[in-house]
Write a protein that binds this ligand. Structure first.
Ligand code: MTE
Length: 330
């Protein structure tokens, strides 16, 4: 197993002030069932500095999708793996609300309306609140996080996300002592999202995390990548990114976050309970019932590469699962 020291990950977290961001990209800030995700044959971690809200009233530091060149602070991740080109990240997508054809998603999602957009955070919390996404981007410093994304379908990418720790938002609403899990929901809108007319999934797309997973500093809410606001196909205006889990956990276009007492059922658990578990930690030793997870195809590479436990983030997250049988809790 490749060892990664947390100090090698931390430098990836570039804390971008608006000035740095503007200088870096020279752009004006914007106003801003078949396969895997395939139809079925058919103790909170303190996030420290990362949670610091940005100065009230500071403008959102991301360039509008059309403005400026894609940019990132580095061209590799902490393992030395090259970033996946912007073109691939934005044209090879899983977003079943639009299509099951990865290359058709970007075109079908082109006119998806992502402003105005609110995210309601409630359930077992002391301070439920509905946030305007633009306010969230002003409130929290947007950090660059270069993460590997490993899809359960056994392909992967390396993506320079921009976002802020999910923990920051959760701490703000103050989960009560009964809250044990976090449930996320995507927008439900058949008109804009033609894929939601497909009756074999239980829409809206839903996902969940255990509260301590959600509070881990590696789990972020992302509003951008490559220095630009997210395009619709990548989950605009706000999506989850949980890099040690299969990509389907990283739910897109979130409208609702709920703190709950019981383990939530995700869309994939409901569609194919034997194939998709709640935890979905990247694990080369546990095969999907229909294919091996021991290796993966990095988009843009010819040869397959070995899949790393927890997608290479074991040093950071394995402790969340001490004593759990990861074959049972897949
Ligand atoms: N979120 C929603 N709402 N709908 C989806 O179909 N697909 C998931 C995840 N989030 C999906 C989703 C899957 S299977 C993967 S691999 C990632 O998004 C892909 O993210 P990307 O297209 O930005 O690479």
């Amino acid at each position: 197993m490749v060892k990664i020291r947390s100090s090698e990950i931390t430098p990836e977290h570039v804390y971008l002030s608006r000035r740095q961001f503007m200088a870096g990209i020279g752009a004006v800030a914007g106003s801003l069932l078949v396969t895997a995700c395939a139809a079925p044959a058919a103790q909170p971690v303190q996030t420290g500095q990362a949670t610091t809200p940005a100065a009230p009233g500071a403008p959102a530091p991301l360039a509008a999708p059309g403005d400026g060149e894609p940019s990132a602070s580095k061209d590799t991740d902490e393992l030395g793996d090259k970033l996946t080109p912007f073109q691939s990240v934005t044209t090879y997508n899983n977003f079943y609300e639009f299509s099951t054809d990865k290359q058709a998603v970007a075109g079908l999602a082109k006119n998806f309306r992502t402003t105005p957009w609110t995210v309601t955070v409630g359930g077992l919390v002391n301070k439920p609140k509905t946030f305007d996404v633009e306010d969230l981007l002003k409130r929290y410093v947007q950090q660059e996080r270069i993460y590997r994304l490993r899809c359960v379908e056994a392909w992967s990418m390396v993506i320079p996300w921009l976002g802020f720790p999910l923990a920051a938002l959760l701490q703000e609403v103050e989960p009560t002592s009964q809250a044990k899990y976090v449930r996320f929901e995507t927008l439900l809108d058949h008109k804009q999202m033609p894929g939601q007319q497909a009756g074999w999934y239980q829409w809206p797309y839903a996902e969940g995390l255990r509260l301590d997973e959600a509070m881990h500093d590696l789990a972020i809410l992302s509003a951008g990548l490559y220095g630009k606001l997210l395009l619709p196909q990548n989950g605009a205006p706000l999506r989850l990114v949980v890099p040690w889990k299969y990509g389907f956990k990283s739910i897109k276009s979130i409208v609702k976050i709920e703190l709950v007492a019981e383990q939530p059922t995700s869309l994939w658990m409901a569609a194919a309970p034997d194939e998709y578990g709640f935890y979905a930690n990247v694990n080369p030793d546990v095969s999907h019932p229909r294919w091996s997870q021991a290796s993966e195809r990095r988009i843009g590479e010819l040869n397959r590469r070995k899949t790393l436990p927890f997608n290479g983030y074991a040093d950071e997250v394995a402790g969340l699962y001490t004593g759990m049988d990861l074959r049972k809790y897949y």
